[in-house]
Design a binder for this molecule. Structure first.
Ligand SMILES: CC(C)(COP(=O)(O)OP(=O)(O)OC[C@H]1O[C@@H](n2cnc3c(N)ncnc32)[C@H](O)[C@@H]1OP(=O)(O)O)[C@@H](O)C(=O)NCCC(=O)NCCS
Length: 323
C-alpha cells in the first residue's frame, strides 16, 4: 500500500523584525498584544514577495529531503497573497526553483491553506500519480495590512515548505477531515481587487484592498469548530487524545490555542507555538512550526502527530500523522 510521508521540511522569514512597541502609535500596546495574542514580534518583508519567501522555504525543504528541484513532480502552494492575481504564485516558485518537471498550482484557503495543500499532495501520492510533492505555505500579509489600524498587530510574513513523498512503510498521513462554510466569508475578507469589486481609485481611497477582520467572530468560530474537528478525527480513527504526541496547529492567537487545548483535554505543553516570534503567517504557520519541531524534537516510530487549522471562509480541518 502506498503511503505519503514527510520527507523534508524548510522555512524562511524576512530578516526585518517589527516588535510590538511599533503599534503603540496606532492605539495598541505590547501588554495587550502579548497577553491576548501571544505575539512579541513578527517578520515583515521589506520588498521580498510571497514567491521569494516560498522559494527560500521550498529550496530548504528539497535539500532537507535529499532531493534536487528536478525530482519534484508537483508544487502545491497555499497563499492568500500571491505575487499577482494571475498567474499563480506557484508558477513563480517553479521557475525560481528551476523545478522543470513539476506541475504547479495555488490553493486558496487562507489560514487553512497549508493543511488543504498537504491533503491535496497526499491524494496525488496515494493515487500513484506523483511521487514527490512540494507543499508550500507562504504569505506576506504586510501587503494587505492597513498599517494605520490597530489590527495590524495580528500578522507577520513567512513561508514554510514540506516535501511529501511516497513510501510503502507503515507511516505517514493517516487521515484528514476538512470543512468549509462559505456563510462566514465576510468575517475575514479583502473586499476589493477581485471580480466582485475591481480596484478603482475609490476602493483604494476607502482602503478596501486591506484585510478586514471580525475578531470576535474568528475567536468564537475557532474555539467551536477546531475542538469538534479534533475529536471527530480521533474518534473516526479509534485514537484518544492521550496518544497524541503533539499538536501542530495554525497560530491565530495564544488564547484560541489554549481554549482549544482545554476543550479537547490536551496538556498545553503538547501544543507547538511560535507566534511569539512570527505572529500569524497565515498559510505559513503549519509548515513553519512543523519545520521548527522536526529540527528540535525527536519522534519514535508510531508516534502520533495532530495538525489543526482554521481560517477565513470559513475553512478548517485536522490531520493525523503516524511517525
Ligand atoms: C481580537 C480579540 C483579542 C478581541 O477580543 P474580544 O474581547 O473578542 O473583542 P473586543 O473587540 O471587545 O476587544 C476587547 C478589548 O480589547 C481591545 N482591543 C481589541 N483589539 C486591540 C488591539 N489590536 N490592540 C489593543 N487593544 C485591542 C478592545 O479595545 C477592548 O478593550 P476594552 O475592553 O477596554 O473595551 C479576539 O476577538 C481574538 O483573539 N480574535 C481572534 C482573532 C484572530 O485570531 N485572528 C487571526 C485570523 S485567523
Amino acid at each position: 500500500m502506498t503511503n505519503a510521508y514527510i520527507r523534508g521540511t524548510g522555512s524562511y522569514a524576512p530578516k526585518n523584525i517589527v516588535k510590538n512597541a511599533f503599534f503603540e502609535k496606532v492605539g495598541s500596546s505590547d501588554k495587550w498584544i502579548y497577553e491576548n495574542l501571544g505575539i512579541k514580534e513578527r517578520r515583515i518583508s521589506t520588498g521580498e514577495t510571497t514567491s521569494d519567501l516560498a522559494y527560500q522555504a521550498g529550496k530548504a525543504a528539497i535539500k532537507d529531503a535529499g532531493l534536487t528541484p528536478t525530482d519534484i513532480d508537483l508544487i502545491v502552494l497555499a497563499t492568500a497573497t500571491a505575487d499577482r492575481l494571475a498567474p499563480s504564485c506557484a508558477c513563480f516558485v517553479q521557475e525560481k526553483l528551476k523545478a522543470t518537471n513539476a506541475v504547479a498550482f495555488d490553493i486558496s484557503a487562507v489560514c487553512s491553506g497549508a493543511l488543504f495543500a498537504i491533503s491535496t499532495a497526499v491524494q496525488y501520492i496515494k493515487s500513484g500519480m506523483y511521487k514527490n510533492v512540494l507543499v508550500i505555505g507562504a504569505d506576506t500579509f504586510s501587503t494587505i495590512t492597513d498599517w494605520s489600524r490597530r489590527d495590524a498587530v495580528f500578522f507577520g510574513d513567512g513561508a514554510g515548505a514540506i516535501v511529501i513523498s511516497e513510501t510503502t512503510e507503515d507511516k505517514g498521513f493517516i487521515d484528514f477531515i476538512l470543512h468549509t462554510d462559505g456563510s462566514g466569508k465576510d468575517h475575514f475578507t479583502v473586499p476589493a481587487g477581485g471580480s466582485e469589486k475591481p480596484a478603482t481609485n475609490t476602493t483604494i481611497e476607502n482602503g478596501e484592498h486591506y484585510f478586514q477582520m471580525n475578531g470576535p467572530a474568528v475567536y468564537q468560530t475557532a474555539i467551536d469548530v477546531v475542538p469538534k474537528c479534533i475529536n471527530k478525527i480521533l474518534t473516526k480513527n479509534e485514537r484518544t487524545i492521550d496518544e497524541v504526541k503533539c499538536l501542530l496547529p495554525h497560530q491565530p492567537s495564544i488564547k484560541i490555542l489554549k481554549e482549544v487545548a482545554k476543550r479537547v483535554d490536551l496538556p498545553f505543553d503538547k501544543v507547538k507555538t511560535n507566534m511569539d516570534r512570527y505572529a500569524n503567517t497565515s498559510g505559513g504557520t503549519i509548515p513553519i512550526i512543523l519545520d521548527e519541531t522536526l529540527k528540535n524534537d525527536k519522534f519514535e516510530k508510531g508516534d502520533l502527530l495532530l495538525f489543526a487549522a482554521v481560517g477565513a471562509g470559513w475553512t478548517w480541518g485536522t490531520a493525523l500523522y503516524k511517525w
